[in-house]
Ligand binder design. Sequence first.
Ligand code: GLY
Length: 417
Amino acid sequence: MAEKVLLIGNGAREHAMAKKIVENENKLFSYMAYENPGIADISEKFILGNLTNFEKLSKFENIDYAIIGPELPLSFGLTNYIEDKLEIPVASPRQEVAKIETSKSFARNLLEKYEIEGNPVFKICKTISDFESFVKENGLEIAIKPDGLTGGKAVKVFGDHFSSYSEAEEIVKQTIAKDGLVIIEKKVKGKEFSLQVFTDGKNIQLMPLVRDYKRAYEGDKGPNTGSMGSYSLPDHHLPFLKQNDVEKAVDILKKTIKALKEHTNIPYVGVLYGQFMKSERNVFLIEFNARFGDPEAINVLKLLKDDYNVINQNMIDQSLKKVNFENKATVCNYLVPKGYPINPLKDEKITISYPLKSDLFYASVYRENGTIRTTTSRSLALLGVGNDIFKAKRKVIEDITKIKGKLYWRTDIGELE
Ligand code: GLY
């Protein structure tokens, strides 16, 4: 039977979720901060509003279930609001357990309390003298992390953002003045990977591993961005990981889901995403996300063989079953305004010559009299799927020639390491 599904969010990740929701004749209802043309075009109805102010949501009627794309409304308790006030089930975590993403100190303390591996050497510092003693013991090769959501851009790392004690001290002082605390971690070097799971709070189902590239420029250089692209491989593994590394990451996610239930008495329902770092000797948890990754959602949802709505309903009903993915490679490239992220060219026209061989997902663009234009953020994502990574990448590269505008993209996404 066709479901009526409420989706909250407006990025390329949510466009990917929206495309899966409307399969099998399900009806999409969307709540967005700004109009994503791709989501708007496939919605039965959409309402624009603030993602942290939920009043307008009562205008949607007879919804079967809701799902939330981004982390910000999760941190404001949107799941709790929809479940408790609107009495609609939600396939996303409640505020108490979404804290695994929304508070980094909570996440580190939870791993420590339940003796779950994955923490680097860290300290939650409330004073400059806490910080000073950490540096005395561990050196200055550290990462300085604010506790709450920062869009990944406020984490400061030795070598990239500071190189002297006084620079680090200044960042720490400012963060403590603002938040009352700061998380200091020994810097971990290696290669990052993303592991996402569906969970009903008890059972988990793994998604294909994804490699995400956050740096703006070729060769993984330049400032951090939301992400410039990602890839996955037909065997759902990554070339720089051993089976044992993957098992460690899975173990961390499984134990965390169990610990969250024990700690809060609330089951974690939805997608849990671990961002891991494979160093020479170990696997470290960089951070958790209480939602799909962007763009990792784009890679994995395309490969999903099962009905996405059934998976969401099963998570809500605590009866998650085996989830199957196609054994194909995916390459996702973000196209961003030239100058992004420092000085992006906004209001520039984008023209697309269809047909495309890859899938297109709108991110942050707007439509004015039928013309798509850039904002200051990422514009759109292309996803190529193929029997191997070269075929997947070729589709994206061919399609990029069909997209005209003042746009930039990284040519090295999906080049094996
Ligand atoms: N791909 C990184 C994130 O979604 O946070």
